[in-house]
Design a protein around this ligand. Structure first.
Ligand code: GAR
Length: 192
């Protein structure tokens, strides 16, 4: 059994969807959720599914030792970022080399980098008049949104789409593909 931790800062629809997807898996389970935001909706969502969640400060994520202790306590082997808005520090990266992945709500390398997260991304996409957007699942490295791309999926946009309507299309793609991509990455021989 491979134990996953999810890091999330917001509503947590992806975290909930991933937990539900693996509920009956015999090989993968989500054992803990870590967040930088005490008020995030993710806590209620995942606690209802009997997954514990913990909050750490920005400094604790940067310094990482308490995070690493928590991950060791839950025997975590792989980390999934799902709407996590803090930067991942060097020591966390070193402890989980090629074992941290992120989902970005656009087609990287477009609309990535500092400040490009959540609704800011969809607003920029609409302002630019893009005819399509999508999702990117990628490994984490020390630069924002620049790690190796694992998977992308595209959705068409209408000229009339608002940022909120784009967000709905993107969430639909995220919910459809993120758990399957996690499953594929975790079944690769390098991780067994
Ligand atoms: C998702 O759309 C995710 O791609 C995005 O935040 C949203 C979280 O939704 N992540 C980023 O922008 C990271 N740069 P959720 O809380 O409902 O899962």
């Amino acid at each position: 059994m491979k134990n996953i931790a999810i890091f999330a800062s917001g509503s947590g629809t992806n975290a909930e969807n991933i937990i539900r997807y693996f509920t009956h898996s015999e090989t993968i389970r989500v054992v803990v959720v870590l967040s930088n935001n005490q008020k995030a909706g993710v806590h209620e969502r995942v606690n209802k599914l009997d997954v514990p969640s913990f909050v750490f400060s920005r400094d604790e994520f940067a310094e990482a030792s308490r995070i690493l202790d928590k991950l060791a306590e839950y025997k975590v082997e792989f980390i999934v970022l799902a709407g996590f808005m803090n930067k991942i520090s060097g020591s966390l990266l070193q402890a989980f080399p090629n074992k941290i992945i992120n989902i970005h709500p656009a087609l990287l390398p477009k609309y990535g980098g500092k400040g490009m997260y959540g609704m800011h991304v969809h607003e920029a996409v609409v302002v630019a008049g893009e005819k399509e957007s999508g999702i990117t699942i990628h490994y984490i490295n020390e630069y924002y949104d620049e790690g190796e791309i694992i998977f992308q999926a595209v959705c068409p946009l209408l000229a009339t789409d608002t940022p909120e309507e784009v967000a709905i299309k993107i969430h639909t793609l995220e919910h459809r593909y993120y758990p399957r991509v996690i499953e594929e990455v975790l079944s690769s021989p390098e991780l067994t």
